[in-house]
Design a protein around this ligand. Structure first.
Ligand SMILES: *Cc1c(COP(=O)(O)O)cnc(C)c1O
Length: 383
């Protein structure tokens, strides 16, 4: 079945016998047992809930995994995943990560005795150089946030297999519609479902998806024990979002490409980072492993004043954190998502006072461009 169809019919289970076309929201904390020692398959909603199960099975199908677990946020999913590791273990991670993952690894995982090396994972040999006997996993985001660097998942998977390491891929930016890391050799896929999967800037959610059944059992145990599961209503909202994933992403990507090309022509723009531009250093790797480039663009303007003026003047685009929804959002990584990353580290990655990150939404591309043109205009008045 094609992915567009899976988005609509991914899990065709029925639970209530009414023929409801939309899976019901089973807003129940607990489920009565039919008899002593018997179960309907549902006991208590932290362990199982039909609406959440329907979503989890849908996501497992979309990613080509054997199981998926839905969490209350992307960070809850990543925190649960970290419970696979023990003090003394070592993990190699991308050096350009979502700010929340950076904060979790530096301030919580390290305190818990996990050691990290952060490297530019677009260069596989830099990962190899850091492997040591305690290394257990490689964690990559691809494309990265906010610099849009792409990691060759097949190549890193080959390396991980050689050394018996788990390969974990944060697939938030591309979603299974454009990229399926398990098929490329990853062991665990991580999502912030808050972004494209939900797609409407209205719900927080997170996922872990795996192919291996033993690993799935360990993660299910961690999930039910630590307890940050997704609520029935939020599960339903994410399911509704997924139904339109394919059409949203196609249109958002089409607009992103137009906007990226337009930005490249503007005198005040110093650099445009978008994996869909043939000038992007990882363009060939992207084409080889993904069916699309997504709709996230970051760009550098000519000065801090211009960056701040753009944030003040945009009106169709909103100045807000997050990404992947129908509304276009612009962020200032320096002060928002990456505020907790030390300055030297940030500067080295190019996350400076001139960098802006744009999540292209579903407004008409020409309206987004007009908004940016106005925001970049020399004599534009501050709102
Ligand atoms: C937003 C995001 C997360 C964290 O997800 P939340 O749902 O905000 O907890 C993790 N990874 C990436 C790439 C993200 O964009």
């Amino acid at each position: 079945m094609e992915i567009e169809t899976l988005c609509i019919h991914g899990c065709d289970k029925t639970y209530d016998g009414t023929g409801a076309v939309s899976v019901p929201i089973f807003q129940s904390a607990t489920f009565a047992h039919p008899g002593v020692g018997q179960t309907t398959g549902f006991d208590y909603s932290r362990l199982q809930n039909p609406t959440r199960e329907y979503l989890e099975e849908t996501l497992a199908k979309l990613e080509g995994g054997s199981a998926a677990m839905a969490f209350s946020t992307g960070m809850a999913a990543i925190s649960a995943m970290m419970e696979l590791f023990s003090p003394g273990d070592h993990i190699i991670a991308s050096d350009d990560l979502y700010g929340g993952s950076h904060r979790l690894f530096h301030h919580i995982s390290m305190k818990n005795g996990i050691a990290f090396d952060f490297v530019h994972t677009s260069h596989v040999e830099r990962i190899r150089e850091r492997i040591r006997p305690e290394t257990r996993a490689v964690f990559v985001e691809t494309p990265t946030n906010p610099m849009m660097q792409v990691t060759d998942i097949r190549a890193v998977s080959a390396l991980a297999k050689e050394f018996g390491l788990l390969l974990i891929v944060d697939n938030t930016f591309l979603t299974p519609y454009f990229q399926r890391p398990l098929a490329l050799g990853a062991d665990i896929v991580v999502h912030s479902g808050t972004k494209y999967l939900g797609g409407h800037n209205d719900t927080l959610a997170g996922f872990l998806v795996v192919a291996d059944e033993e690993l799935a059992k360990r993660l299910v145990f961690i999930g039910k024990t630590t307890g940050a599961c997704l609520s029935p209503f939020d599960s339903w909202l994410i399911l509704r979002g997924i139904k339109t994933l394919a059409v949203r992403l196609e249109r958002q990507q089409e607009s992103a490409l137009k906007i990226a090309h337009w930005l490249c022509e503007q005198p005040k723009i110093r650099a445009v980072h978008y994996a869909g531009l043939p000038s992007h250093p990882d363009y060939a790797v992207s084409k080889a492993q993904s069916t699309g480039f997504g709709a996230m663009i970051s760009f550098e303007v000519d000065g801090e004043e211009t960056a701040k003026a753009v944030l003040h003047r945009v009106s169709v685009i909103q100045y807000a954190e997050s990404l992947g929804g129908v509304e276009s959002l612009i962020t200032y990584p320096l002060l928002q998502t990456h505020a907790d990353v030390p300055e030297a580290e940030r500067e080295a990655k190019g996350i400076n006072a001139r960098l802006l990150r744009l999540s292209v939404g579903l407004e008409h591309a020409e309206d987004i461009i007009a908004d940016l043109r106005h925001a970049l205009a020399e004599n534009g008045r501050l709102k």
